[in-house]
Write a protein that binds this ligand. Structure first.
Ligand SMILES: C[S@@+](CC[C@H](N)C(=O)[O-])C[C@H]1O[C@@H](n2cnc3c(N)ncnc32)[C@H](O)[C@@H]1O
Length: 377
């Protein structure tokens, strides 16, 4: 293990994370977790275990870097109140969709039908006004339906439907809307599946049946039992106002340039808001100084609001760009010591991220996560 990190952690030994954290959980997790993909997403089984270990029923658990909403959803499923935030509009859609889904499958299906019907009353969009990089992903008729649907689904209160739509936006499988393309990050696979050899993959794909089956899949392992309070704020961590007091913090800050939340979600972000600029993270993932500033402002807020004996867990990716002089876990531990002096580091887990969970398997990006468990005096 890195000696400099062990020095930063002082006398706290680095423990191996439980073996079962590495086991797949997608077959058993609440199906709302699978609404749509998100790079750098926390594994739901790990999020659930951290919530069990470090909070109790009716606690208020906060996550200022909520991303796909994995930690807030696990919190409400376990009877915790939750306050979530993220700078990204895509994170807003996914987290709100998971925290406030329609109560039953039937309600969700009825609402889908209503929004589809309303979208069909809108005038047909002029596809020539749509940027070429968007057009190249879709059959023109599919794109026309998608544009009209998104116009209605983007209204506040429709986040669940928007999330289902974004979840089927691009992939080559038949249940998706695009020409052959990857799922997590939008790249056309027209070299692997040329139009001349795979003409059926370039046919019109109707939105309605695909969306209805997506909504059904969302309820496969989900029954409404949310009885706790939930809140989401779309905000940078620097501007975020946290609740006055909270019982636990469980969060995974952006991985300092190992991931690019704007570029990798560009197609979904465009459908959420076509006028939205591509950058979603005000430099926090690309510049070490911005990462430090973001975490410093968070540490000061945690010092002010975390209840006594409350836990604060940071999930931090280990590997970063060579141009960064310090390891992100080292930065988090050092900042916490200085700006949140009442937090004590109690435990550190290390967990290798299996290749299967990594976005780009051949990059120098994140390979190991450290879980830093602090407790307030
Ligand atoms: C590692 S991801 C969180 C993953 C999340 N736990 C999940 O399961 O999806 C980090 C998140 O930080 C967000 N982010 C980046 N810069 C931010 C900033 N300045 N303020 C708040 N959130 C930011 C990104 O949009 C991204 O969703």
């Amino acid at each position: 293990m890195d000696t400099s990190l062990q020095q930063v952690y002082e006398e706290i030994p680095i423990e191996q994370a439980p073996q079962w954290w590495r086991e797949p959980s997608t077959h058993a997790e609440c199906s709302l977790h699978q609404l749509a993909p998100y790079i750098g997403k926390t594994k739901s089984s790990i999020a659930g275990d951290l919530i069990d270990r470090y909070s109790k029923k009716d606690d208020l658990v906060i996550d200022p870097f909520a991303g796909a909403g994995t930690i807030p959803l696990e919190a409400v499923l376990r009877g915790r109140h939750t306050f979530a935030a993220d700078i990204s509009p895509y994170a807003r859609i996914l987290t709100k969709a998971k925290l406030s889904p329609p109560r039953t499958l039937q309600t969700a299906l009825n609402r889908t039908q209503r929004v589809l019907a309303e979208s069909q009353t809108l005038p047909r969009p002029d596809l020539r006004s749509i940027p070429r990089w968007i057009r190249q992903f879709f059959h023109p008729q599919t794109l026309g339906e998608a544009l009209r649907f998104a116009e209605v689904a983007r209204r506040p209160g429709n986040e669940f439907l928007m999330a289902c739509f974004l979840g089927i936006l691009h992939h080559q499988r038949p249940g998706f809307l695009s020409y052959p393309s990857s799922h997590l990050v939008p790249y056309l696979r027209d070299k692997k599946y040329p139009r001349s050899d795979f003409p059926e993959m370039y046919n019109y794909r109707a939105l309605e049946p695909r969306l209805l089956s997506k909504v059904q899949r969302a309820y496969k392992r989900f029954q409404w039992a949310h009885q706790t309070k939930t809140k989401f704020r779309q905000s940078s961590v620097e501007r975020l106002q946290l609740p006055e007091q909270f019982d636990a913090v469980i969060t995974s800050p952006p991985y300092m340039n190992a991931l690019d939340y704007g570029r990798d979600n560009r197609l979904r972000l465009w459908f959420i808001d076509p006028s939205f600029a591509q950058s979603v993270d005000n430099g926090i993932t690309t510049r070490q100084r911005a990462f430090i500033n973001g975490l410093m402002s968070l540490a000061v807020k945690l010092e002010g609001g975390l209840k006594r004996r409350g836990y604060c867990i940071f999930i931090v990716g280990e590997e970063i760009r060579r141009s960064f002089s310090a390891h992100p876990a080292e930065i988090v531990a050092t900042i916490a010591r200085k700006y949140a002096p009442s937090l004590r580091l109690r435990q550190v887990f290390a967990d290798d991220i299996p290749d299967i969970r990594r976005t780009r398997r051949d990059c120098r990006g994140v390979k190991t996560e450290h879980f830093l468990v602090f407790q307030r005096n």
